[in-house]
Design a binder for this molecule. Structure first.
Ligand code: F6P
Length: 362
C-alpha cells in the first residue's frame, strides 16, 4: 500500500541528521515506492504556518557527509508549550491539537521525529493524541535511555579529543592549566570519554560533584612529579560539592530549555586561588556539533533511518529505533524518555579513568 512519510529534525542539530534523512528517503522511495515530505525547522514547521517540501532522491544526493540538517531545526518549538506573544509578553500555550490538525491536512500517514529527549517527549505526546509517530534518537550528549548510543556522540567525542591533543602542546609549553569546558547538558559522557581518549589529568562531570580541594591537590601532585601543566576537562553541567550548576538562562528565560555554560571559568578561578599556576579556559561550545559525522555516526544514522522505514512498513508506530548490542531494533518511545542515560559514578568507565590516574572530581 502506498504511503506518505513526513520527517522532521528537532532540537539541537547533530552530525548524522542528514544521513538519517537520506536513508529514510532512499529506503522509502527505492524499496517501497513511497513519498517523503520534509517538515522544516522541527515542530516549528507544524505549528503556525505549515512549512514543508517534498524530498526525492535528488534532494538527498551528496548530503551524507554534511553536518547540520538540510531541513533546519529548532529547540524552541515545543507544541505543548509553544511561545506566543500576548500584549507584548511571551506566554506558553498548548498548540498540540493544532499540530495534529495541521498534520492531517498535510496528508501524511506517519511522522518520523528525529531528535533528542525533548523532541521524543513531544513525539510521545503526539502519539498519545493518536498521531502515528516513529522516533529516531539523536544527540551529541548520549543521554538517551533505551539505545546503547546515539549518533553524533562519537563525532563530538572525536572533536573534543582532537582539541585536547592540540591543547596539550600549548599547555605544556606555557606550563599552564588548561580548563576545557565541553557540552553534554546533565550527562558527563562527552567529558569522560574524550577526557580518557585525550589523556586529561582531571575530568569533572555532573554525576560526580567535584571537590575543589582534591582538584587542587591533584594539580599540585603533578607539579611535584615534574609535570608543570594540567588539562582539566569540565562538562558544562558539572558543579562543586557545595555548589550548583551554572545556568546562563533558566528554562523560563529560554523558552523551556535551560542554557548551561560557564563552569569552566569557575573551575579556572578555583584553581588559580589554590595553585600557583597560570590558567586558561577553552569553551568548545557548538564546535562539538558542527561539521561532518565520523564513519561510525554515518553508519549508525543510516541504519537508524532504514530501520525507521522498516518499523513503518510493519505498522509499528509509537516506537523508536535503538541500538542494542549489534542490532538496531524498535523500542517504545516511552521507555527512551522515562529517564536520562547518565554516567554511573561506580561504573567501569569511571574506574578506568581513575586507574589511569585521572582525577574525576572525588
Ligand atoms: O543537547 C545538545 C546540546 O548541544 C547540549 O550539549 C547543550 O547544552 C545544548 O545543546 C546547547 O543548546 P543551544 O544550541 O540551544 O545552545
Amino acid at each position: 500500500m502506498s504511503k506518505t512519510l513526513a520527517i522532521l529534525t528537532g532540537g539541537g542539530d547533530c552530525p548524522g541528521l542528514n544521513a538519517v534523512i537520506r536513508a529514510v528517503v532512499k529506503t522509502a522511495v527505492n524499496q517501497h515506492g513511497w513519498r517523503v515530505l520534509g517538515i522544516e525547522d522541527g515542530f516549528d514547521g507544524l505549528v503556525g504556518k505549515l512549512r514543508w517540501r517534498e524530498l526525492g532522491l535528488a534532494d538527498v544526493r551528496g548530503i551524507l557527509p554534511r553536518g547540520g540538517t538540510i531541513l533546519g531545526t529548532s529547540n524552541h518549538g515545543n507544541p505543548f508549550s509553544y511561545p506566543v506573544e500576548v500584549d507584548g509578553k511571551l506566554e506558553l500555550h498548548d498548540a498540540s491539537d493544532r499540530v495534529v490538525e495541521t498534520f492531517k491536512n498535510l496528508g501524511a500517514d506517519v511522522l518520523i521525529a528525529v531528535g533528542g529527549d525533548g523532541t521524543l517527549k513531544i513525539a510521545l505526546g503526539l502519539a498519545e493524541k493518536g498521531l502515528p509517530v516513529v522516533g529516531v534518537p539523536k544527540t551529541i550528549d548520549n543521554d538517551l535511555k533505551a539505545t546503547d548510543v546515539t549518533f553524533g556522540y562519537r563525532t563530538a567525542v572525536g572533536i573534543v579529543t582532537e582539541a585536547l591533543d592540540r591543547l596539550h602542546t600549548t599547555a605544556e609549553s606555557h606550563h599552564r592549566a588548561m580548563v576545557v569546558e565541553v557540552m553534554g547538558r546533565d550527562a558527563g559522557w562527552i567529558a569522560l570519554e574524550a577526557g580518557i581518549a585525550g589523556s586529561a589529568d582531571a575530568i569533572l562531570i555532573p554525576e560526580i560533584p567535584y571537590s575543589v580541594n582534591k582538584l587542587c591537590h591533584a594539580i599540585e601532585k603533578r607539579r611535584e612529579h615534574g609535570s608543570r601543566f594540567s588539562i582539566i576537562v569540565v562538562a558544562e553541567g558539572a558543579f562543586p560539592v557545595s555548589g550548583e550548576k551554572i545556568v546562563q538562562k533558566s528554562a523560563a528565560q529560554n523558552l523551556g530549555v535551560a542554557q548551561l555554560g560557564g563552569v569552566g571559568y569557575q573551575v579556572a578561578r578555583q584553581i588559580e586561588q589554590c595553585n600557583d599556576i597560570e590558567t586558561r579556559v577553552v569553551t568548545l561550545g557548538h564546535l562539538q556539533r558542527g561539521g561532518t559525522p565520523t564513519p561510525y555516526d554515518r553508519i549508525l544514522a543510516s541504519r537508524f533511518g532504514v530501520k525507521a522505514v522498516e518499523l513503518i512498513a510493519q505498522g509499528e508506530y509509537g516506537k523508536m529505533v535503538a541500538l542494542k548490542g549489534t542490532q538496531v531494533i524498535g523500542v517504545e518511545i516511552a521507555s527512551a524518555v522515562a529517564h536520562l542515560n547518565l554516567v554511573d559514578p561506580d561504573g567501569e568507565l569511571v574506574a578506568t579513568a581513575e586507574a589511569l590516574g585521572i582525577m574525576v572530581g572525588r
